[in-house]
Ligand binder design. Structure first.
Ligand code: ACO
Length: 429
């Protein structure tokens, strides 16, 4: 017999079914709560609320598990590439060799933006926030893809829409960087893999072709793989929320970018570097920084340590740490911030305070360091996050659109404002 949960409302007992997921996650189905009792539930920040059923990503924060479509992140990170991971996340299965090469070709074909779109970059000021440009540009891409605005996609249309978004994100990101620096745009090179091509568009100059270091390309690709999906986080929930009104895919991911822009979501890796800069500029010793981090009254925390969901370790951080070491060795980077980061990491990992509270470096700690070493500017870190998260946004949007039971998302509220009162004309107030 299926499990149920009983609750008593105004003396009346009501039984609610329990939904059990494939990894044995349990949820109380309260979809009939309001109609049968008049009550709604209240859950600030949705910390205990399952907003959808999903087959895309599974996370167990206590055990440090992250799986894309059932495949452990460790295996995907070691053996896969970003485009193969994107294919898996969006379409549900690993591609065959032919499917992958077709997808790669399609992404390469759709990577250049429409020539007219170059002019749009001219109207942004040089110091425009790259996330503002990215979000605006996704809406603009929709204007050049009118045949993909109706979301009832055929399988071929889903492949095309995905290829367009993945490809164009890399071009828009690179052109945003070029625009900010007053440099000419570099055309994409279809012979290069996704991450290599992105770095080429970022750093190739008319007088000098960017030479891709394989360790750097691999680290860039790894960052994208590790960010490809993370179940119902703020930006993905936003994409689903917007998509639930039947808004098109481009508009939905543009709002995902807006949600990711917030410092509480996409800004953590920037915060790591900003804190390292502050430590460097103030001349504090590692001892002083550690003491401040452990002092509850200082209001200071070590950025890039600890995680809301992963309570023992962040599986993505473990993977990225190795790549980070490789990149730094291969680039022979001399950067005082990286020295501080290394020293803090070493000290925190053997400090009782951090060990007791299970505070390990999270993915943002290492991704911030790697991106700085590669030469990605601080204000573009969140754009890299968006580029990585694109497969998750597309997959979640499509899952919602093809769910026959999906309805427009419309939460309720507990009203706490003034009760009914009569209007008073302005001259009598
Ligand atoms: N530095 C020093 N102490 C810390 C840190 C830190 N980075 N993180 C947590 N602690 C301490 C807390 O003071 C608390 O100590 P106490 O038990 O003595 O009171 C204990 O560890 C538990 O901390 P909580 O705040 O309860 O942990 P929570 O799960 O709520 O917070 C969070 C997780 C927000 C990530 C926190 O660890 C933090 O602020 N880290 C720094 C910011 C950061 O790196 N954020 C990015 C996270 S990744 C992401 O969200 C995409």
């Amino acid at each position: 017999m299926s499990e149920t949960v009983k609750a008593t409302f105004d003396g009346k007992e009501i039984e609610f079914p329990v939904i059990v997921g494939t990894e044995n996650e349990k949820a109380i189905d309260i979809s009939k709560l309001r109609s049968s009792t008049g009550y709604i539930t209240f859950d600030d920040g949705y910390k205990n609320t399952g907003a959808c059923r999903s087959k895309i990503t599974f996370i167990d924060g206590e055990k440090g598990i992250l799986q894309y479509r059932g495949y452990p992140i460790e295996e995907m990170a070691e053996k896969s590439t970003f485009l193969e991971t994107a294919y898996l996340i969006i379409f549900g299965e690993l591609p065959t060799k032919a499917e992958l090469s077709h997808f790669q070709e399609l992404v390469a074909k759709h990577t250049p933006i429409h020539y007219d779109m170059r002019h749009a970059f001219e109207s942004f000021p040089a110091n425009a926030n790259p996330m503002a440009i990215l979000s605006a540009m996704f809406n603009m891409v929709s204007c050049y893809s009118p045949h993909l605005l109706d979301g009832d996609y055929t399988p071929e249309q889903l492949v095309e829409a995905s290829a367009r978004l993945l490809g164009k994100t890399s071009t828009i990101a690179a052109y945003t960087f070029k625009k900010a620096n007053g440099r000419p745009f570099s055309f994409s090179n279809p012979k290069l893999d996704y991450s290599a091509n992105f770095l080429h568009m970022m750093f190739t100059e008319p007088y000098q072709e960017y030479m891709c270091d394989p360790d750097v390309v691999r680290a860039m690709d790894l960052i994208l793989v590790l960010h490809a999906d993370h179940e119902q986080n703020c930006s993905t929930s936003t994409v689903r929320m917007v998509g639930s009104s039947r808004a098109n895919l481009f508009a939905s991911v543009a709002s995902g970018v807006a949600a990711l822009w917030g410092p509480l979501h996409g800004g953590a890796n920037q915060a790591v570097i900003k804190q390292l800069l502050e430590i460097h500029e103030s001349g504090q010793s590692i001892d002083q920084v550690m003491e401040r981090a452990k002092d509850k009254n200082s209001g200071f925390r070590l950025m890039g340590f600890g995680h809301r969901v992963y309570k023992n370790f962040d599986p993505r951080a473990k993977i990225l740490k190795k790549a980070c070491d490789k990149v730094l060795a291969s680039l022979k980077t001399r950067d005082p911030l990286l020295d501080i980061a290394r020293a803090l990491e070493e000290r925190a990992l053997e400090d009782e305070y951090f060990i007791e509270r299970k505070l390990y470096p999270n993915v943002d700690f290492y991704s911030g360091i790697v991106m700085r070493a590669i030469g990605i500017p601080l204000d573009m870190f969140t754009v890299m996050f968006a580029m990585g998260r694109m497969p998750g946004w597309i997959a979640n949007w499509y899952e919602l659109r093809t769910d026959p039971n999906s309805v427009i998302n419309r939460p309720r509220q507990v009203y706490e404002g003034a009760t009914k009162r009569s209007y008073v004309p302005v001259d009598k107030r």
